[in-house]
Ligand binder design. Structure first.
Ligand SMILES: [Zn+2]
Length: 365
């Protein structure tokens, strides 16, 4: 199980319902504690979560219809949480359970129909709520959700069952060398092109208008209302671009995993070192390499694919993939022209073939 947490943007009505649900779940939690404290003092037996739930439904809710206005699953879970802390008290592991205080923080738990769209999530009772981050939460095997409030911000955290899925075909295809560097194009070692973030027309266009908006922003007077408006506009655009990019990365990794390669070899990127180089660090931020590597690890593990990483000093771009001759390859040289055997290969393709052939590596998954 893995948790994915994302900020949500509820409508006014949804926010009201979330606040109400937090209030009701806190109320029943405290009521459970109070009820049992009272029974304890009067030497009566402990009322379990199940009994309390029945009692609440039959008697209490008749006078308090507002309890039924919110998700019954959320109420039930809150009772079971109270039950659990009470049992902890009996087994002397914890102190006497305390009441939940009213505050700007709070959460509740939901199960039932939970679906994820590109930019929204469907939750029981609350229906579709906008997600702040597009494409982060996967839409498979969601087991439950926790909605929370922190001050004026709202979040959803979903639990996803990510245990390895059984693949029918276990036949592996050619290994893949992934030269994840700062590439216009990512090649597989068989020469197949996979991704080109920089050549995506929509992204190029959005990037241009982002630059325009940023210039506009710089001209606005500091502290003015217009500047604030322009700032919001710029931020929205920035967010949109980064969402499209994460979507592309996700698809990119999916495409690699789908070929079911024998193994995948990646570089050991010295990200700290690269960040010192201004030109590189900018490109690095653009591709979000750390994110790609983490996802690759997770997905390789799930699909039972060996993920290899070569040593930091393995010169994948400086070796000739034909004769192993080593030569200097400045970043602006796009074609590898071997000074020894005359082989000419695209720089990135050459590097990715070298990665596949590397003999010195660590196994990550
Ligand atoms: Zn050569």
């Amino acid at each position: 199980m893995r948790a994915y947490k994302s900020e949500i943007k509820p409508t006014g009505e949804q926010a009201r319902l979330i606040n109400q649900t937090i209030g009701v779940t806190r109320y029943v939690y405290n009521l459970f504690i109070m009820k049992n404290q009272d029974r304890y003092k009067r030497n009566l037996s402990f009322m379990s979560g199940y009994d309390f739930s029945r009692w609440l439904n039959n008697r209490h809710s008749k006078q308090n219809q507002w309890i039924k206005d919110v998700s019954s699953k959320a109420v039930k879970q809150s009772i079971m949480n109270a039950d659990k802390s009470y049992r902890g008290f009996f087994s002397k592991k914890t102190g006497f359970p305390s009441y939940k205080k009213k505050s700007l923080k709070g959460s509740f738990y939901l199960i039932g129909t939970i679906k994820v769209g590109r930019h929204r999530i469907f939750l029981p009772k609350l229906k579709w709520i906008r997600l702040k981050e597009y494409g982060y939460i996967p839409n498979d095997n969601i087991k439950s959700a926790t909605v929370s409030r922190e001050g004026n911000r709202y979040f959803v955290s979903v639990l996803v069952d990510e245990s390895p899925t059984q693949t029918i075909s276990t036949e592996k295809s050619e290994p893949i060398g992934l030269d994840l560097g700062l590439k216009e194009t990512v090649y597989l070692s068989n020469g197949q092109k996979l991704m080109s973030i920089y050549r995506n027309k929509q992204l190029l266009k959005l990037n241009q208008s982002l630059k325009r908006q940023q210039r506009k922003l710089a001209r606005k007077q500091k502290g003015s209302n217009n500047r604030y408006k322009q700032l919001l506009k710029t931020n929205r655009l920035y967010q949109r671009i980064s969402n499209i990019k994460s979507d592309m990365k996700r698809k990119f990794i999916h495409a690699i995993i789908a070929t079911n390669p024998q193994y995948i070899t990646i570089e050991n990127l010295n990200i700290k070192g690269m960040m010192k180089n201004r030109r590189l660090s900018n490109a690095l931020q653009q591709t979000g390499l750390g994110y790609i590597v983490e996802w690759l690890k997770l997905k390789s593990k799930q699909s039972d694919i060996e993920l290899r990483q070569v040593s930091r000093f393995y010169p994948s771009s400086q070796l000739c993939h034909c004769c192993n001759h080593r030569q200097k390859m400045p970043l602006n040289k796009r074609i590898f022209r071997c000074e020894n055997c005359g082989n000419e290969t695209d720089r990135d393709l050459n590097a990715s073939i070298n990665l596949v052939n590397a003999r010195d590596y660590v196994v990550l998954t």
